[in-house]
Design a binder for this molecule. Structure first.
Ligand SMILES: Nc1ncnc2c1ncn2[C@@H]1O[C@H](COP(=O)(O)OP(=O)(O)OP(=O)(O)O)[C@@H](O)[C@H]1O
Ligand SMILES: [Mg+2]
Length: 269
């Protein structure tokens, strides 16, 4: 899909409209100078395929920020470069002001990045409980880990009921919950969610988004990748539109939801 978001010259040298991008921050969101996450001109590729062509974005402490884009736009690749599953060719990624561009994934888990990837990637043969334990493997604070089991089971009562069931036998929606729960078990400062609503029934979609709100109000900052733009723009304070590896628009969620091009391309209205 190729959507012209206005002439480039009018939107500055990178074609990105940033007006208002950090405006209207909700309460609890720090407007201080150091964002929790900052990407500067991140370029990433798979062999000869360039998936990200210079992505710059930031997520402030306490925010829910969404990244929207069509299939193949580079959303999952952006999350993978942030969580260290792959490294950029060039550009810089900072977590709370520290350069993490080359830090491997397992270390980033300890530094507070949780990633619930697309397609879930849970361990089918392990039970629900064992999957959650895997999420906490890097932690030594046993009593806090136990409190987090309670927190995850509080957010997802269905998982508590199914705690001894092997994960491969869960429904799609339950597996999605488990993937998010597992990421939460590492107590992330920043939670990366890759299409959490994918494949879920409308009722479960509502539930997942309400849980995303709860997770955020309990203090976790969230970068949410979604194709369900309607719901994502309702929970997020700001959003970025990614198109063929480039951010073409950045604005408050409210402004994006009212933007005619966004409506046509992503909201189906
Ligand atoms: N493992 C890979 N090897 C080669 N190319 C890849 C690989 N993973 C992704 N790509 C390519 O990189 C580009 C970005 O893919 P990415 O998965 O980040 O898109 P996306 O925005 O998450 O799409 P979707 O909405 O379909 O999940 C696409 O052109 C895709 O074909
Ligand atoms: Mg994807």
């Amino acid at each position: 899909m190729n959507i012209p978001f206005g002439p480039r010259s009018a939107a500055g040298p990178t074609g990105v409209t940033t007006a208002d991008a950090t405006a209207a921050l909700p309460s609890g969101v720090s407007s201080g100078t150091t964002p929790l996450l900052k990407l500067t001109e991140v370029v990433a590729s798979y062999g000869a395929i360039q998936a990200l062509r210079g992505v710059s974005l930031e997520v402030r402490h306490g925010e829910i920020v969404t990244m929207l884009g069509s299939n193949g736009a580079g959303k999952s690749t952006t999350l993978r470069t942030i969580s260290g599953l792959m490294h950029p060719r060039s550009g810089r990624i900072e977590l709370d002001g520290h350069d993490i561009t080359e830090v491997p994934a397992h270390k980033l888990v300890r530094q507070g990045i949780g990633h619930a990837p697309e397609g879930r990637h849970i361990f089918n043969r392990l039970t629900v409980l064992e999957n959650l334990q895997m999420g906490a493997y890097s932690r030594r604070d046993r009593s806090a880990v136990n409190a987090d089991f309670d927190r995850v089971f509080g957010l997802f009562p269905r998982l508590r009921e199914r705690r001894d069931q092997s994960a491969g036998t869960l429904s799609g929606g339950e597996q999605q919950m488990l993937a998010i729960g597992r990421a939460l078990m590492a107590r992330p400062k920043l939670l990366l969610l890759d299409e959490p609503s994918m494949g879920l029934s409308p009722v479960l979609v509502e539930q997942i988004f309400s849980i995303i709100r709860d997770i955020n109000s309990q203090g976790t900052t969230i970068l949410l990748v979604e194709q369900n733009a309607q719901m994502a723009l309702q929970v997020a304070s700001r959003g970025y539109i990614l198109q063929t590896g480039q951010i073409v628009l950045a604005d408050s969620a409210e402004a994006l939801a009212g933007n005619e091009e966004v409506k046509k391309a992503y909201l189906g209205t």
